[in-house]
Design a protein around this ligand. Structure first.
Ligand code: PHB
Length: 358
């Protein structure tokens, strides 16, 4: 399997997983080196969501790619992730209105396309769940600044040794907030028509492609998800147009969150869920599907030609040597909730590898 002109050792993907083990200033830590080294048997390793600026972060201890110290911190992590031949991408992330004033550099509400707060969900603060705030509406100048932040983060990713970058356009984060009409009420060139709502993504792709080749940029979307209050009467139209656009431009890959997933939760696919095979067929290049797969369903998806690569999140957390276990037909360990977000080695680097028989 080839991706961005590089050959992958296998079709298994370590998908982006927020684990909150960076320093408070977003610098990756030595324990992250160990975590990625343990999971280096994947064909493609995608980093946990990595923010392009402090204003783009919503949770504590999420890594960044906007300072020199962060770049230096990533180098050994990337080296560890590629120690078995994996291709390694950085997921670039701006959470938009999913942030909170308590974590904004200026202490003011977070930024979004329009002043519409998330309802039906709550912000995960260190002191428990609290309501989201009405975001500040981004001006065109502020949008241009964020586009530039993505470009700098991509340049930094290359400097840190990453092979490419994935733009996090899924799960109700900033790109998704522009795409869906429930969060985008703009009447300027970033709102209204599908073309306008896609403008921010394409401007970021333009800017990032000046830092890394276009075929080293992947895009992740969650076309069926309304997690974090992103609704639209025509999701099929929006995401089909998005996929056609990035296919024409020759991007590295399309990464689809399966319909049964809502952010970090399992969900019953809603009526009218958009099957990954449908959108994948619009993309002329590698398609990754992630969400709830077992080795068996993954093999079936690849066998049927509806996916080229399959991401395993929870299974990869609990089974650091997942590819070897699948190959050996070995039993798979279960995920523990404790230690998923933040803390030290417990629930992070203490999942054992399969004992080898020789
Ligand atoms: C999470 O931390 O729960 C989380 C982060 C990024 C996502 C989804 C969930 O895309």
């Amino acid at each position: 399997m080839k991706l961005g002109g590089q050959t992958l050792p296998n079709r298994l993907v370590l998908p982006p997983l927020t684990r909150s083990r960076a320093q408070d200033d977003g610098v990756p830590t030595p324990i992250m080196v160990e975590y990625y080294r343990q999971r280096a048997g994947a064909g493609l390793v995608i980093s946990e969501g990595t923010v392009v600026s402090a204003q783009g972060a919503s949770y504590a201890r999420v890594p960044g790619l906007y300072s020199d110290a962060q770049v230096d911190g990533w180098r050994p992590v990337v080296a560890a992730a590629r120690s078995c031949g994996a291709i390694v991408y950085a997921q670039l992330w701006h959470v938009g209105r999913q942030a909170h004033s308590s974590v904004q550099p200026d202490g003011c509400p977070p930024w979004g396309p329009s002043p519409v707060a998330i309802t039906g969900w709550q912000y995960r603060s260190p002191h428990g769940r609290i309501p989201f705030e009405v975001p500040r509406e981004l001006s065109e100048e502020a949008i241009a600044e964020i586009v530039a932040q993505f470009a700098v983060a991509a340049r930094n990713a290359v400097a840190a040794g990453f092979d490419g970058v994935e733009l996090h356009a899924a799960n109700g984060y900033l790109f998704d907030q522009f795409l869906n009409s429930s969060s985008n009420r703009r009447t300027d060139r970033y709102g209204g028509s599908v073309e306008n709502r896609l403008r921010f993504l394409h401007e970021v792709i333009d800017a990032v492609s000046a830092e890394t080749r276009i075929n080293r940029i992947g895009v992740r979307i969650s076309p069926s998800s309304t997690w974090m209050d992103v609704f639209d009467p025509d999701k099929r139209g929006i995401y089909s147009e998005l996929v056609r656009g990035i296919s024409e431009r020759g991007l590295a890959y399309l990464h689809l969150v399966e319909p049964g997933i809502a952010g970090s939760l399992d969900t019953n696919p809603q009526d009218g869920a958009i099957e990954s095979a449908e959108l994948g067929s619009l993309f002329d290049g590698p398609v990754i599907v992630t969400g709830g797969h077992t080795p068996r369903t993954a093999a079936a998806a690849v066998g049927a030609g509806s996916a080229d690569l399959v991401g395993f999140g929870r299974l990869f957390i609990a089974n650091p040597d997942l590819p070897r276990r699948i190959q050996a037909g070995a039993e798979l360990a279960d995920l523990r909730q404790k230690g998923l977000y933040g803390g030290g080695p417990a629930g992070y680097t203490d999942y054992p590898e399969l004992q080898s028989s020789n």
